[in-house]
Structure formats: C-alpha cells, structure tokens
Ligand binder design. Structure first.
Ligand code: OOB
Length: 549
C-alpha cells in the first residue's frame, strides 16, 4: 500500500467529532498548498522567508509559491506521487520550506527527521514508512549526510531517490529537480494527512504522528490568535525547524499562515542570534528552557539592539519559576510559556495573564474544545487542583499513531483520549502546571530520549549483561541520562567512555548517548520483579562516579 489514508493507516476522528469541529469553524477546509497560493495572490511581494547564512537569501510569497510549484513538478516527474513518504532531514535552510511546500502541494508526506538523527533512526524512518525519497544537506555540523544516505539507500531498495542540498556527490542535487509546472494534479483534501511528525517516544523506536491539513492548520491559526502573530511578525527560528514547537507554536508555519516573515537562524547561540535580531528586526522567537537561560544571561550585556523583540516563547521542558522570572527583565520583552506535544494539545500562557500566572504555569489549551482530564492511577478524575495523569482529546490531537495498532491500544483510551504521560494539575483559572512525568522518557533540555531505545543498543554490546537508562537532575538541562550497566560475568572491565562510544558508533543521535555511565552488580526490583527505575533514580540522586568526567 502506497497511499496513506486517515482511518486506514491510523485511527481518525469519528464522524460526529469531525462534523462538530467543522461546524465550530476550527477546521476551515484549507490545505497548506492552498494557503500558500492564497497568500502569494494577496501579497506577492512581501518577504516570506529569509535565510541569512552564509549569504542572505530572501523569498517573497510569490517566489516561495512559484518555487514550490516547480519543485512539486520535478518531484512528480521523478515518480513521487500523492501519499508517498519522503524523509526530510534538513537544518534551518530555506530549502526545507521549499521542499515541504512542494510535497504538500502534491500530497506526498514529509517525514520530519532532525539534523541530529543518525543511521539507526534514519534507517528506521525510511523502512518503516516505506519512503521513496530522502532529502539531506551535503554536510552539516561536521557530518557528511551523503555517506549516511548512501548506506541507508543500499539497505532500502524502495528508497529510489536521495536529494542533496549543496554538492550531491553520488546522489541528485535538489537544485536539479525543479521543472516547469505543466498541469499539477489536484492536491490533497483538507481532511487528509499532510505529514508525519516524530513522537518523543517511550518505546524502542519513535512513533509517527499523522497530522492532517485541517487539524494542524487549526493549531496554527489558534496559536497565531493567542500569540498575536500577524503580517508584521518577524519570527526567528532558533530551534531545529523540523521540530513541532518551532514549526507550529506559532512557529514558521503559523507565521507564514499570517503573512509574516520567517527568518532562519543557523545556530541558536546569542553570538549568532543577537546580530540577526538587530539586523532583521525580529519581533518573536521560541526556545527550550536551557537556551532561554543562556539568552537570559547574555541579554543584559548584549552589544546588539534587541529592542524589536516583543515576545519569547519558552517550552518543550519544564521551565523553572526562578529562570522564568529573570527572562523578561534580561531581554526586555514578554515571556509566554508553552506546554505542547507533537501529538496535538498545545497550552500557552496568555499575553493578558498576570505575571504570576506567566511565571508559575505552563498555560492553558488553545481550543475551547480541547478536552482535558486529570486522573489518578486507577483512571478516576482527581479533584480540581490535585495532581494526576493528563489525558486529552480535541480538534488537533491525533486519535492514534501511524501503523501502530498495539501501541495505540495502550496510549489512547477507548473513547479517544491521548494518554500524554505527563503529571499535571489544573489551577482555578484552567492553567496547567506540569509536575512531572509518568512515562519512561528522559527530557534532556527539550530533546526527548526513550530509554528503551538506548538500552536496546547497549544490550548488543558483548560485555553487557543488562542495562537501565534513567534521568538524573541537571541544573542546566533539567535532566541528563545515566546508564546503569551490569557487566557479564568474566567480561573485561569497560570504561564509561567505551560505553558512550558504542552507542555513538551504532548510529544513534548524539543527544541519546548517555551523559553518565555507572557499573553496578544488580538493579533494584519492584514487587513484581521488574527493574525499578524509581529505585535507580533515587540511587542516582547521590552524585555517582563517572570516571571519565
Ligand atoms: C514539544 O513536543 P514533543 O512532542 O517533543 O514533547 C512533548 C512532551 C510533553 O508531553 C511533555 O512531557 C514535555 O514534552 N513538555 C513539557 C513542556 N513542553 C513540553 N514539559 C514541561 N513543561 C513544558 N512547558 O516539546 C512541544 C511541542 C509544541 C510546543 C511546545 C513543545
């Protein structure tokens, strides 16, 4: 099966919900391709996109629209069709936006990989989605993506094309793909899947999140209203653009929806970003808490004029109240906290919330029809103000992952609520406070790690008998990862650095390599004999020996 249809590859909203969401005006019957076409007709000469690195390039709305058409025609000419999956792994470059709009236009589905992903992750995305094409930069951050692409292509006969931004080597240059758009076929329908986003994951591999045009576009314009995004917004994309937060909260897609200007930042550090804020008169940006700390520290002594900056969104991981209090004075702008997830639900503090609410809560949902339940371990609703598991259902929260029926049966309730795995409480004003997490996941400064994925890799080491990867508190990142390793009887002693190297060499993204490694004789067990991660985490609270640090 090549095409991907809602309801076939993944559960979708029951008809009565879909009707309700349309009747309420949330689902406007638009598509991404159509929206760009309309904006290009309405204000062709306004600047949509700026890629400042290494030489400043700009795209007007008309140019972005035309280039998306030409690239769409070139993809079609190479046999990429509606419903096909295309793994897109590009850093913050203008071509990323051209490529995804070209794919949206023909109804092929981008699968958003992050620049940090390596062979293990990419091979999985390509084979699991039966991708027909893979789009990469030539080199990025010192890594040659063409070599990786060659390996993945050799192992995946269905992967027919590798398109390279820059010097293509043995592959095809993306620059050679565009051609005259003679009679593009009708694009996708608004209710169809537009792309597959990656889940942070709690299991061995990332799950894929099917987002439709209707639902995602609602999350964009809903976010725009809350964040005050309009045609005058100049948004700096500092996080990796393929992540859901900088894409849609309100992100570069939200800003394009509103007819504003998106500026891509090649690296998130103040030395790169602050000059761009001055030069491009940036009004808004979004970032994870560790980066917000760095900006907060750098703000007061900045040599660049940051006065255009009006709003900074911070989310992706818990932002401490103390850090939140420092941001506004340091950067002389407003703070908005955002608690979102690629599966859907996004919460924002509001521009007119009082200061205490902004610094102490993670916001409230976008939509009046975002249904929130906070339940105890037995699934019973807790009284207002008490902590519990957050479950949610609504007009832009998926009803199931793509091709994952067993996982869906565990992760969604029978009546369609998504079990977020987050522990929250609700204040009297309906704002959520994130207390912690019930899911087995590490949130390393906003980058999500599924311990099981790293454990599976380490279990393949010949000297390793068993392994358990847990989160440890970290002042800067919030959490770091610690691998507890039990060696095989009689195995040569290993150094922590060798354990880390093994994970890296197995082709996992660098952020998944354990920060700390400790060798133990046994793991604490729960009553039923499972490894007790809670027990391990409390052991870790006493700073452990990690001999190469
Ligand atoms: C965003 O999306 P994901 O899919 O990478 O991660 C979602 C998870 C949440 O379930 C929660 O565990 C955590 O990340 N999270 C937060 C948080 N924002 C996200 N935990 C505490 N405080 C926050 N403010 O991370 C994401 C997607 C859209 C917008 C913003 C973030």
């Amino acid at each position: 099966m090549s095409a991907t249809t809602p309801g076939v590859d993944a559960p979708t909203w029951p008809a009565e919900f879909a009707e309700r969401y349309r009747a309420a005006g949330y689902w406007r019957g638009e598509t991404f391709g159509g929206v760009l076409r309309e904006r290009a007709a309405a204000h062709p000469d306004r600047i949509a996109l700026v890629d400042p690195d290494p030489v400043r390039r700009t795209w007007t709305y008309r140019e972005l629209d035309e280039r998306a058409d030409r690239l769409a025609a070139g993809f079609l000419a190479r046999g990429i069709a509606k419903g096909d999956r295309v793994v897109v792994q590009l850093p913050n470059v203008g071509e990323l936006i051209e490529v995804v709009f070209a794919l949206f236009r023909i109804g092929a589905l981008p699968v958003y990989a992050l620049p940090a992903h390596r062979e293990t992750e990419i091979a999985h995305f390509c084979s699991f989605t039966e991708a027909v094409a893979y789009v990469v930069p030539d080199r990025h951050a010192g890594f040659d993506h063409r070599d990786l692409a060659a390996k993945v292509k050799a192992a995946n006969p269905g992967l027919r094309h590798v398109f390279v931004v820059g010097d293509p080597g043995e592959h095809t240059a993306l620059a050679e793909v565009p051609c005259e758009p003679a009679g593009l076929p009708a694009g996708p329908e608004p209710h169809e899947v537009a792309f597959l986003q990656l889940s942070g994951g709690t299991t061995g591999v990332s799950k894929l999140i099917p987002r439709t045009h209707d639902d995602y576009l609602y999350s964009l314009w809903g976010s725009n209203e809350i964040c005050g995004v309009d045609a005058d917004t100049r948004f700096l994309v500092v996080l990796p653009a393929a992540h859901n937060f900088p894409m849609s909260s309100p992100g570069w897609l939200g800003v394009l929806y509103a007819g504003g200007t998106v500026v891509l930042c090649p690296r998130p550090d103040p030395a790169t970003a602050f000059p761009l804020i001055e030069r491009e008169r940036i009004t808004m940006t979004g970032m994870v808490p560790p980066l917000a700390l760095v900006w907060t520290d750098a703000g007061p002594s900045a040599e660049h004029d940051l006065s255009s900056l009006r709003l900074v969104l911070v989310g992706g991981a818990k932002y401490s109240e103390e850090a939140a209090r420092r941001l506004e004075p340091a950067l002389n702008c407003r703070l908005m906290q955002v608690f979102g997830m690629a599966e859907g639900l996004v919460n924002y503090t509001r521009l007119d919330d009082d200061h205490e609410t902004i610094v102490t809560t993670q916001g409230r949902p976008i939509s009046p029809d975002d249904e929130i339940r906070i339940v105890d371990d037995a699934g019973q609703d807790v009284p207002d103000g008490a902590f519990g598991h957050l479950l949610t259902r609504g007009p832009y929260t998926i009803r199931g992952y793509w091709r994952a029926p067993e996982h869906n049966a565990r992760t969604f309730t029978e009546d369609g609520f998504y079990r977020t795995g987050d522990i929250v409480r609700r204040t009297a004003t309906g704002h959520l406070v994130v207390e912690g997490r019930a899911k087995d996941q590490i949130n390393r400064g906003g980058e999500k790690i599924a311990p099981e994925e790293v454990e599976n890799v380490l279990l393949a080491h010949p000297a390793v008998h068993d392994v358990s990867v847990v989160a440890v508190a970290d002042e800067y990142l919030g959490e770091r990862s610690l691998a507890y390793v039990i060696l095989r009887d009689g195995a040569e002693p290993l150094k922590p650095v060798a354990v880390k190297r093994f994970v890296r060499e197995r082709g996992l993204a660098a952020y998944k390599v354990p920060d700390l490694v400790e060798f133990v004789d046994a793991f604490p067990r729960t009553g039923v004999g499972k490894v007790s991660k809670k027990g391990l985490r409390s052991t870790a609270a006493t700073p452990a020996a990690d001999t190469d640090r």
